[in-house]
Design a protein around this ligand. Structure first.
Ligand code: AMP
Length: 399
């Protein structure tokens, strides 16, 4: 972060879009913690921080009378915990922009922190509205974007606002820098062999990612629900496993492409199959291409776990996106657990590992392995788009 914050007010876009329980207590503060180093750096340098973030989708979840549910979506919920993490009392403004926000920003002393209200209370935010962005920009001397989780959105606070700051008055925060650096380590000149483990529910969500990865990886491991579309495309019997019948052709094309590029592609040889989609279902193991009618694959089987672990342990760079089974149900979490353990073990032996995008992040956290892998991304959709090779508006805006 190459900015001099001394005596300056930095407008910082953070990602405080944290999950809250019904009493509005934070149930996972990862995203808040991730922004703390940047905020502390600004304060330690003698600057003041004006923080802005969204929280949920307030305009999509209006109250019955059509008004915004301010009680539910206010960022005031994070003030006590944020103050505790920063070690300074955080001031809160119930406006995002406006006279009050301006007055509070203007009165801010070095070393102090002001949190603005949910950026998405204003309909202009998600449209990238320029007027709104101009009013945001007027609050600070410098702009810092540390909201990697929102970097794939071209919104007023994540992208448009940057137009109002000169090249040397805007920068990435530490989190944003780390996310980009770690993802780039996988994408550009990775140490080989490079393995990608891709799982999760649907092929259709990950087509671009798979296409891009087949161009660069040495090994591709496909697990989770999406594996059954590939297995069916190869002529396998997959029972009532999750299958996207309109993607069978695409699955064959991807398999063909992998073959022609010399990519070692592994599908789970066996699966844990269940008679219903529930943790209480009856289940046993079976060949993934010989699943009887009325049964569905909910996790990779023992042979697949071993084969996947072996491939992971032979790799020097590892990317993992998506669980290997329905890991939310304990009976079907073992495949995901085995992969998490293999990734941790490979990392212990010197490999670089990136866990990025959505549920695999939840899985490593749940299994207590997050500090045994090299990097756990905080940005679900943003990381996915970055890995797909898309230019993220939040990153482009600072170029
Ligand atoms: P994604 O968001 O695409 O990474 O998908 C994650 C979801 O895929 C999780 O909620 C898993 O429960 C689900 N999933 C993983 N494996 C399977 C499977 N074999 N059948 C159905 N759903 C699955």
């Amino acid at each position: 972060m190459n900015l001099d914050f001394k005596g300056k007010k930095a407008l910082v876009r953070v990602d405080f879009n944290v999950p809250l329980d019904k009493d509005f207590h934070i149930t996972d503060d990862t995203r808040i913690r991730a922004a703390v180093p940047t905020i502390k750096h600004i304060l330690n340098q003698g600057g003041a921080a004006i923080l802005m973030s969204h929280l949920g989708r307030p305009l999509k979840k209006l109250k019955e009378d059509g008004s915004i549910d301010r009680e539910k979506f206010t960022l005031r919920h994070v003030v006590p915990h944020l103050s505790e993490l920063l070690g300074v009392p955080v001031q809160f403004c119930e406006e995002t922009v406006g006279e009050k926000a301006q007055a509070m920003a203007a009165a801010l002393k070095p070393g102090s922190v002001l949190l603005l209200e949910n950026t998405r209370f204003d309909a202009g935010e998600t449209k990238g509205d320029e007027n709104l962005a101009r009013r945001m920009a007027a609050l600070g001397d410098l702009y810092v974007n540390d909201a990697f989780g929102s970097a794939h959105r071209e919104h007023s606070s994540t992208a448009t606002v940057a137009r109002f700051f000169g090249k040397d008055a805007k920068a990435f925060g530490f989190l944003m820098e780390a996310e980009v650096k770690n993802a780039s380590r996988v994408l550009n000149n990775p140490e080989r062999p490079l393995a990608a483990i891709i799982g999760g529910a649907k092929v259709s969500d990950k087509i671009l990612l798979l296409e891009r990865l087949i161009d660069s990886v040495d090994t591709l491991l496909i697990g989770g629900g999406m594996a059954y579309t590939f297995l069916k495309a190869q002529g396998g019997q997959v029972g009532k496993s999750l299958v996207e019948d309109d993607r069978l052709e695409l699955a064959l094309q991807l398999l063909e492409k992998a073959k022609s590029k010399g990519v070692k592609l592994l599908l789970p040889e066996d699966s844990l199959i269940a008679d219903e989609f529930a943790n209480t279902a009856q289940f046993h193991s079976a060949g993934s291409k010989a699943i009887p009618e009325g049964w569905m694959g909910l996790d990779i089987g023992e042979k697949a776990r071993q084969a996947f672990a072996e491939a992971i342990l032979q790799s020097k760079t590892i990317l993992w996106n998506g669980p290997m089974g329905v890991f939310e149900m304990p009976n079907f979490a073992n495949g995901t657990k085995a992969v998490a353990e293999a990734v941790a073990q490979a990392t212990g032996k010197g490999a670089f590992s990136l866990v990025g995008g959505g549920d695999s992040v939840a899985a490593v956290n749940q299994m207590g392995l997050s500090d045994k892998v090299s990097y756990v991304s905080t940005g679900g959709g943003a990381m996915l788009e970055f890995l797909e090779g898309k230019e993220l508006p939040g990153i482009k805006a600072l170029a």
